[in-house]
Design a protein around this ligand. Structure first.
Ligand code: NDP
Length: 589
């Protein structure tokens, strides 16, 4: 618990949704109309939805090669044929924080199988310059209490977070059985043995009693399909495979290079200020601008850190979850409003936020045309909000050129470089900051359950889970960070709630001498209906500009999205289910 003397470090302002109207409603309505106009324009330019992207590794294999590991031929190993109790597919935060909970419950045989050459997941792959968390470290980095670790800054940088991952793996002895540079390709239930049989691209046959899909929410890099991209003669890579050999450790090798970057999402926003300083010339190809709020990063106050008492991180996260409804006055006011009024106030509050973002751009950017181009015209949370103090000033530098494609994007690349409006931009190096495929369960991997059915076939008429974690017919299998779970800006808190839940399910199964746990079909159906009932209760919907938050505008996805009833409700449902495991799950001996 905190000591109550030194306040928690403040974070950036978010729309509070209880704002009393500051301006006439016509003001907000006019801005909403402009949001709709800009969204329609973008939809018109990309009717292919998610098909505009590709993560087809056979076409673009060079963009997925791991630049941080030695080549496979230098690292041969014999295929593994053995049995463990718990096997994690993926070695990022999902696996690490769940494994810690399993260790606390006495589980000894735990294996991580990971594509990268180390644990870390997102923080293993994303080493682009400027990579750092966007959620305050004290909330974002998991297991701070258990690790007795205090992040150095309000927003920890990539290397510090990666080291935290490694330290968790060391503390909980997760390296012993871990297998790296290995991709799980098949996971098949053996009903006779009551074990999962896990095959890999290294010829392994690993058996496991419990399997946890911990393969990440945004782990497979994707590229925009752009005509002629394969003809580009310069150097090219994706932000999640940063080639420091080419750029130099401190980007010093870019001093005589003309650099281009496609995309202005959260990754690009962190990389661009560093590229701007290092490159001879930098061309930023923008389709939709991000909203950039203050970062105000600062070192952790040692006095504040010294007064944290055991349990402080959980208390802080729980307080954040209760949010504004924790304040009795706000709660009373919210309760007195009908749904339409709540939505109206929230929207107006969101618009105020976005106009503050516009105002900041006008203050910082010297060229009025560039300032106009950098203004995001969509509702707060239609795209991931970004926080940076150096991004906007980078566009005042004479060597930085914003190529505003105003929703059209780059659709052609020649041997020299990207083409826009009939003009070719010759480049030495082109960086794709075009994001990641949103997790599909069994990404890279065929999961075949008790009825011999591959999981994506089971999902053919819509995803079916309980809490996004369990699917009937796939006993002893748990899914983390997938669809039908709640959306939470602080993703690791969501993952921790799932990890705590999974560890408890496994403990209950083991302690009662059961061999298997499988969700009841009726409980699964209840959750599917909950997900459907709450569809649309978010602004990450049809009214939003396209992006991965709304499947690039593919609105026919039935229940194949997040649970939108709110994180607090998700958390409470999960706690409730855990209190009645025998009612909601079938157990066999
Ligand atoms: P995003 O999917 O957010 O961004 C992709 C970018 O590429 C968008 O700006 C998109 O434009 C643009 N784009 C795609 N195709 C084209 C094209 N043909 N021409 C021009 N532009 C194009 O990917 P990111 O890697 O930036 O971020 C992914 C997520 O990873 C974040 O939302 C966040 O959840 C996470 N992340 C978190 C960080 C943190 O916590 N610190 C840091 C970085 C990432 P458009 O918007 O028009 O689609």
């Amino acid at each position: 618990m905190s000591d109550g003397k030194k306040p928690e470090p403040a974070i950036n302002n978010r729309p509070d949704g209880v704002l009393r109207d500051q301006k006439p409603q016509e003001y907000y309505d006019a801005i909403k109309a402009k949001f709709a106009e800009e969204r329609d324009l973008r939809f018109a330019y990309r009717p292919e939805g998610t098909q505009q992207y590709t993560s087809d590794t056979s076409l673009f294999a060079k963009y997925t090669v791991d630049p941080y590991a030695e080549s496979l031929t230098e690292n041969p190993r014999a295929p593994i044929d053995d049995t463990v109790e718990v096997l994690f597919i993926g070695g990022g935060f999902s696996a690490l924080l769940t494994a810690a909970r399993l260790r606390e419950r006495g589980v000894e045989s735990i294996r991580i199988v990971e594509r990268g050459a180390d644990v870390g997941g997102t923080w293993y792959w994303n080493r682009y310059p400027g990579a750092a968390c966007d959620v305050p470290s004290y909330d974002y980095l998991p297991l701070l209490d258990e690790m007795k670790y205090m992040p150095s800054h309000l927003y920890a940088k990539g290397p510090e977070i990666f080291a935290h991952c490694q330290n968790i793996a060391k503390k909980y002895d997760l390296y012993d059985l871990a297998v790296f540079r290995t991709t799980v390709t098949s996971t098949t239930w053996n009903a006779k043995e009551k074990l999962w049989v896990v095959g890999t691209d290294r010829g392994d046959t690993m058996r496991a009693r419990f399997v946890i899909c911990a393969n990440g929410t945004l782990s497979k890099p994707k590229l925009s399909k752009i005509a002629g991209m394969e003809n580009f003669k310069g150097y090219a890579f994706h932000t999640s495979r940063w080639d420091y050999e080419y750029t130099g450790e401190n980007l010093e090798k870019l001093h005589d290079k003309v650099v281009g970057i496609i995309g202005t999402g959260a990754s690009a926003v962190q990389a661009i200020p560093r590229l701007a300083k290092a490159a001879k010339e930098l061309f930023v190809f923008q389709r939709t601008p991000s909203g950039i709020d203050f970062r105000n990063d600062r070192p952790t106050d040692p006095e504040w850190a010294a007064t944290r008492r055991p349990g402080w991180q959980e208390a802080r996260r729980m307080k954040a979850m209760r949010g504004r409804e924790g304040d009795p006055e706000v709660k009373a006011e919210l309760n007195s409003l009908d749904r339409a009024e709540k939505i109206r106030r929230q929207e107006n509050s969101n618009i105020e936020y976005m106009m503050r973002i516009h105002h900041r751009i006008e203050e910082v950017i010297t060229d009025p045309k560039t300032a106009e181009s950098l203004k995001p015209w969509y509702m707060f949370m239609c795209k991931r909000p970004c926080f940076d103090d150096e991004y906007l000033p980078a566009f005042n530098r004479p060597n930085v050129h914003l190529i505003d494609t105003h929703g059209k994007g780059i659709n052609e690349i020649t041997a020299e470089g990207p083409v826009f409006d009939g003009k070719t931009y010759p480049l030495d190096v082109l960086i794709y900051a075009t994001g990641f495929e949103v997790q599909k369960t069994g990404i890279y991997n065929q999961i075949t359950g008790a009825a011999g059915k591959e999981i994506n076939k089971t999902y053919a008429d819509g995803i079916r889970t309980l809490l996004g974690v369990h699917t009937h017919g796939y006993p002893n299998l748990f899914i983390m960070g997938g669809y039908q779970a709640s959306f939470q800006f602080n993703l690791t808190f969501m993952l921790q709630t799932q990890g705590d839940h999974i560890a408890e399910c496994i403990r209950h199964t083991r302690d009662n001498g059961y061999a298997t746990i499988d969700v009841m079909p009726e409980t699964e159906e209840w959750w599917v209906q909950e997900v459907i009932a709450h569809r649309g209760k978010t602004n990450r919907n049809a009214e939003c500009t396209p992006g991965y938050y709304n499947f690039e505008g593919e609105f026919n996805r039935r229940q194949d999205g997040n649970y939108n009833g709110g994180f607090r409700q998700y958390f409470e449902h999960m706690t409730g289910i855990r209190g009645e495991l025998d009612k909601h799950f079938q157990f066999t001996r």
